[in-house]
Design a protein around this ligand. Structure first.
Ligand code: T4K
Length: 377
């Protein structure tokens, strides 16, 4: 018999190093009396993350959303940008905040990322860029997207909120396209409670990004461009340095747990786990499973609700589709008939609990519970 868990099990929990490790770093911050505007912790973290991600230029931010907003501004994107509806609201919202119309393209049925086969037909004279999302850390088809961009004279920007540490054939995912955003929110593999970064290859772009994230200030008596405040502070950076020291252990634990999910659920009729693409090193950010009602015997929503009654809080990342939000649903590209693959994914997806402190036994019990939902009447 399956019993409810005594404590709630969430989709994720933040990596929290021992408090004294953080205290030691905070002691250093206190000594400097320097709390923000690019202090020592910030500098250390920026260097450490650039090295870790294998990117040339990296700029830290107070969160991923502002980072993406600033990158879009620094690239001077306008008009229309082709993006995916299968994402967190931040992705289309930054476009809309920048006065850009998001144009939704359908997604690839395996990767669940923007489908290059649908992108080209959506290009118009107003299109300035493609904004892909590496959903759950599965990279977009970066080669196909850069091919389209080169042919049509477009920029490519990636929302890599889930893709910390992802590599494609050994190359950091942040080296593809013109710029890539990473999120360091508490729910991410690597985090600074709230935080983010933009990676890019072009030093000139980095310079514009740095300026725009600090109000456009070029000197004490000079302001260039209409900037915002996107700075990461020293407390966030100190937390980041402490967390970074433990990311490898966290990834190793998550890999073990993902292997259990794979072994227990990988061959079950009606369940599809996200693919491990050849040559791709994963971020182990989420454990997403697609539940096919006809073949599994239960809908995704039934599984979600049943698991909740056992104290397991799975999440429907990403339902509803962004194209169904009130702000976007009247756009021509938001028509449901244009986005059949994304609609199916949004109706089937469930993110299962995945974090380093989740025990292997708990994952086994979560699998027992999920599989038992088939038999429950
Ligand atoms: N692009 C994409 C593709 C994204 O997924 C995101 C963010 C962004 C852009 C924007 O990046 P940021 O501006 O956030 O840097 C969470 C996160 O808040 C959000 O960052 C993330 N994606 C999204 C996928 O998940 P919610 O509304 O689901 O969070 P919440 O508060 O329900 O947390 C989920 C679970 O995590 C909780 O049930 C328990 C656990 N949790 C959460 C927090 C905040 C903790 O254990 N401790 C915590 O401190 O959005």
């Amino acid at each position: 018999m399956i019993r409810p868990f005594s404590e709630p099990i969430y989709v994720t929990r933040p990596l929290l190093p021992a408090l004294d490790e953080l205290q030691a770093r905070l002691g250093d911050v206190w000594k400097t009396q320097w709390l923000t505007n690019g202090g020592e912790q910030h500098e250390q973290l920026e260097r450490a993350i650039a090295a870790r991600l294998g990117v040339e230029q990296l700029s830290l931010f107070n969160n991923g959303t502002i980072a993406l907003l600033i990158a879009i501004r620094a690239l001077n994107l306008r008009g229309e940008v082709i993006t995916t509806p299968f994402t967190f609201p931040a992705t289309p919202h930054v476009l809309a905040w920048a006065g850009i119309t998001p144009v939704f393209a359908d997604i690839d049925p395996v990767r669940l990322t923007i489908d290059p086969a649908h992108v080209e037909a959506l290009v118009t004279p107003k299109t300035t860029a493609i904004l892909g999302v590496h959903v759950y850390g599965t990279p977009c088809d970066v080669d196909a997207l850069s091919g389209i961009a080169a042919r049509r004279g477009l920029r490519v920007v990636y929302d890599g909120a889930h893709a910390f540490g992802v590599r494609i054939d050994g190359r950091g995912v942040g080296t593809f396209g013109d710029a890539t955003m990473f999120s360091f929110h508490a729910t991410k593999l690597f985090h600074t409670a709230e935080g983010g970064a933009i990676a890019c290859a072009d030093a000139g772009l980095r310079h514009r990004i740095e300026r725009l994230k600090n109000f456009g200030i070029a000197g004490q008596e000079e302001v260039e461009g209409i900037g915002l405040n996107g700075k990461m502070n020293e407390l966030q950076a100190a937390l980041g340095m402490t967390v970074l020291a433990h990311v490898d252990e966290e990834v190793a634990r998550r890999r073990e747990l993902l292997a259990i999910y794979q072994q227990r659920l990988g061959r079950i009729e009606g369940l599809t786990l996200m693919p491990q693409l050849p040559g791709v090193e994963s971020s182990c950010q989420y454990c997403a499973v697609l539940v096919d009602h006809a073949r599994f015997g239960r809908t995704r929503d039934e599984v979600h609700e049943t698991m909740k009654t056992y104290n397991v809080f799975t999440r429907k990342y990403f339902y509803p589709l962004c194209s169904d939000y009130e702000s976007y649903r009247d756009l021509p590209s938001a028509r449901p008939s244009c986005l059949p693959v994304a609609r199916r994914a949004a109706s089937q997806v469930l993110c299962l609990p995945l974090y380093g402190t989740l025990g292997a036994d708990t994952v086994q019990a979560i699998c027992d519970l999920l599989l038992s939902t088939r038999r429950a009447s």
